[in-house]
Design a binder for this molecule. Structure first.
Ligand SMILES: Nc1ncnc2c1ncn2[C@@H]1O[C@H](COP(=O)(O)OP(=O)(O)O)[C@@H](O)[C@H]1O
Ligand SMILES: [Mg+2]
Length: 332
């Protein structure tokens, strides 16, 4: 048998000329699926409907050794977000990373189009499919009958050359925050978590200086007007476990914007919705200089160095942020 031609996997942006290949993959993927009630309308697609969809919003086709084996149609429906429709993998080519390639490139397309994220409908009768999306960082943001709306907001990042830039970014963030919101700041010692919180406090217009709460775990700053108060918690020095429970991080505080400084990258969800904000300090070579810093407050703060580059990355999680367009307000 001769070696198959073409690369193992390639993903092409599919315009209307690809309608026949896309339709064939959709039919191979959806044909053998169990009948659902109400049934999926994927098998009602025709060359004409697929061509029209590709002409309007585009789509992707995955080729495996030049053979079309995966496809997706792009759609809209949520301003600022790329919708995914008819996510299809040929069952004869499962287990080769076709679905992952589709999702990865779709997210790249969303970013290239300046969009905030990606969303799709999944069926609750297909738990493996739902699990696939959850594993890739998609959150359930809505349920309507058997339909689950899943959404992922992409990381947005910007460099922060000075401490004033960090404070200014906090002020921009504050403009998007309302009572009940939870912001989780992660990053090593000296990356700017407290500085960012100072900017949030200034933006919200709260009383009192925001400082590292060394002897207390959290501090409440009342509003100087009728806006939300700021609850500033510093979990950086906590070892985790029982002490963390004291912080009640699983519930946001309804009257306050809660900002938690956290030492490491947060792995799992703390609340239904929160803003994940990562602060990192890179050296000139692009390596995270403080990634391995221990949570020891006696360590001297790192000396500012012209070769250091600080970067903030934000990723909104959960339904609270599913339709908020942070990319333009924070980066624009
Ligand atoms: N973008 C920045 N560029 C340069 N220095 C910064 C920046 N952000 C914060 N700093 C400085 O870094 C030091 C540590 O900041 P801090 O906010 O206390 O860090 P953390 O709370 O993460 O430990 C402070 O002296 C602060 O002024
Ligand atoms: Mg701090």
């Amino acid at each position: 048998m001769s070696r198959p031609a073409g690369p193992e996997l390639s993903v092409v942006e599919a315009g209307p000329d690809w309608a026949a290949d896309v339709l064939a993959v959709v039919r191979r993927a959806f044909g053998p699926r169990p009948a659902l009630e109400p049934p999926s309308t994927a098998l009602d697609e025709s060359i004409g409907s697929v061509r029209a969809a590709l002409a309007a919003d585009g789509g992707l086709l995955v080729l495996r050794h030049d053979l079309p084996v995966g496809a997706v149609l792009f759609g809209q429906g949520v301003p600022g977000r790329l919708g995914l429709r008819r996510v299809s993998v040929d069952p004869a080519h499962q287990g080769h990373g076709v679905a992952s390639a589709l999702v990865g490139v779709a997210e790249d397309v969303a970013e290239a189009r300046g969009l905030d994220g990606v969303w799709l409908w999944a069926r609750e009768e297909l738990p493996d499919t739902v699990e696939f999306w959850l594993r890739r960082g998609y959150d359930e943001v809505e349920r309507t009958g058997p339909w689950i709306r899943l959404a992922k907001t992409l990381w947005l990042a910007r460099a922060l050359p000075t401490a004033d830039d960090t404070r200014a970014f906090g002020r921009r963030l504050a403009a998007e925050l309302t009572a009940g919101d939870l912001v989780v700041l992660t990053g090593g010692l000296g990356t700017g978590k407290t500085t960012l919180t100072q900017g949030i406090g200034a933006g919200l217009g709260v009383r009192g200086d925001v400082t590292s709460p060394t002897f207390v775990i959290s501090r409440l700053h009342p509003s100087l007007s009728d806006g939300p108060e700021l609850l500033h918690a510093d979990a950086y020095r906590l070892g985790g476990g029982a002490e963390l429970d004291d912080l009640d991080l699983d519930t946001s505080v309804p009257d306050a914007v809660t900002v938690v400084e956290w030492g490491e990258q947060m792995a799992e969800r703390l609340s239904e919705s929160w803003l994940e904000v990562r602060l990192e300090l890179f050296d000139e070579g692009g390596q995270a200089a403080l990634a391995a810093t221990g949570p020891d407050r006696d360590d001297p703060p790192p000396v500012a160095d012209s070769r250091e580059v600080r970067v903030v990355s934000v990723r909104p999680r959960g339904p609270r942020w599913a339709t908020v367009r942070l990319r333009s307000s924070l980066l624009g």
